[in-house]
Ligand binder design. Structure first.
Ligand SMILES: NC(=O)c1ccc[n+]([C@@H]2O[C@H](COP(=O)([O-])OP(=O)(O)OC[C@H]3O[C@@H](n4cnc5c(N)ncnc54)[C@H](O)[C@@H]3O)[C@@H](O)[C@H]2O)c1
Length: 346
């Protein structure tokens, strides 16, 4: 099956292509990039290893020619976060680029059965816009969400505990950004509760989460950006789609009411397989984690409102003004908006 990567000439896209190449599942990997020469270079470089790896076609292409027969389209085209710039500061620059790309992809003749995997940041917002504007069913539009963050969390935790990384299982849900929520209440090591593991401490939770939250910025500082881990994170999602593996992955999709959240894209545990996002799963979380997750949804809705206002040509405030609570329900909701302390104080 054919996977096209738009932005495949860049760091993230080329790493995703290489990870897919090593995974041997996609039969055709197509690299698309505004920089056609780099796209051709990446495709040729990977192609030269196929005789040692897998019988794959690896080509450079164009949106008009290669999107219509793609099983899955991955969008990694975007502008990189600068050091010290938050993911969400990239919004204005990336939204315009993304909407323009989406229009081209749609005009090329996107089949209703194509899966669209959004990686570019801010990924939850762009995923939401893709659901609204691509014409695809929401189940076909999947943002990478907290898939990479979850991989990082588990890998960092395993390193601290001196354990095999594949046996550490903790989820990160919500926004791919500062308001993401570690679900410590169900974290396990080799199937046993993390909290009972020798060497574990609540301080370790805090440190590992901080390390995870700042991992993107650390990568930018050390080597210019994330590549290897994001590449294999994308492969996990794409291969689950291609193979109908039905893996349960923390990816960003349009929320339908789980945890009381709807009308925004963010990450919850999601079954990924034939048809795209087959099911969203409400894994049990603690009341404190629920508050934090609902806050993450609110953070994203505020950003989306700013994006919409800007697109509609209205002036946008730098930060949305706090709304006075008009009803007891709103007052209660406002009182619940103390997420940072809620999950960092553990
Ligand atoms: N969701 C995640 O977990 C995650 C993780 C890491 C990076 N990212 C995001 O991925 C994106 C790419 O990061 P990168 O490090 O690969 O950046 P990069 O600069 O290395 O690559 C971006 C590529 O996009 C291409 N491009 C730009 N505009 C284009 C267009 N209109 N059409 C086709 N190609 C176009 C550029 O030529 C470039 O090759 C960024 O938005 C980054 O924030 C997301």
């Amino acid at each position: 099956m054919k996977v096209s990567i738009i932005g495949g000439g860049g760091l993230v896209g080329s790493m995703a292509a290489y990870a897919l190449h090593l995974g041997k599942v996609a039969s055709h990997i197509c690299i698309l990039d505004a920089n056609q020469q780099v796209a051709e270079g990446v495709a040729l470089d990977i192609l030269q290893g196929t005789s040692l790896v897998a019988d794959q076609r690896v080509t450079a292409g164009t949106i008009s020619k290669d999107i219509p027969d793609s099983h899955t389209v991955v969008i990694t085209a975007g502008l990189r976060r600068k050091p010290e710039e938050s993911r969400l500061d990239l919004i204005n620059r990336n939204v315009d680029l993304f909407l323009d790309l989406l229009a081209q992809v749609k005009a090329a003749g996107l089949k209703p059965t194509t899966n669209l995997v959004v990686v570019s940041n801010p990924v939850d917002i762009l995923t939401h816009l893709a659901v609204e504007k691509s014409g695809l069913d929401w189940r076909r539009v999947i943002g990478l969400g907290t898939q990479l963050d979850t991989a990082r969390l588990n890998s960092h935790l395993a390193r601290r505990l001196n354990l095999p990384a594949t046996q550490v299982k903790a989820l990160l849900l919500g926004e791919h950004g500062d308001s993401m929520v570690p679900i410590w209440s169900s974290a396990t090591v080799a199937g046993l509760p993390l909290a009972t593991w020798p060497g574990y401490s609540p301080a370790m939770e805090r440190e590992v989460f901080e390390e995870t939250k700042t991992a993107g910025a650390t990568m930018i500082k050390l080597k210019g950006g994330s590549g290897f881990a994001v590449g294999v994170s994308i492969r996990e999602v794409v291969e689950s789609l291609l193979l109908d593996s039905r893996k349960i992955l923390p990816v960003s999709t349009l929320q339908q009411g789980l945890y009381g959240i709807r009308d925004i894209c963010l990450s919850v545990a999601t079954v990924i397989g034939c048809g795209g996002a087959r099911e969203q799963i409400e894994v049990p979380i603690s009341p404190r984690e629920l508050v934090a997750l609902q806050n993450s949804a609110k953070v994203l809705k505020d950003i989306l409102a700013q994006v919409r206002a800007r697109l509609a040509g209205k002036p946008v405030a730098a930060t949305p003004p706090a709304q006075p609570a008009a009803s007891p329900a709103q007052a209660a909701a406002a009182e619940r908006s103390v997420p940072r302390q809620a999950w960092q104080g553990r």
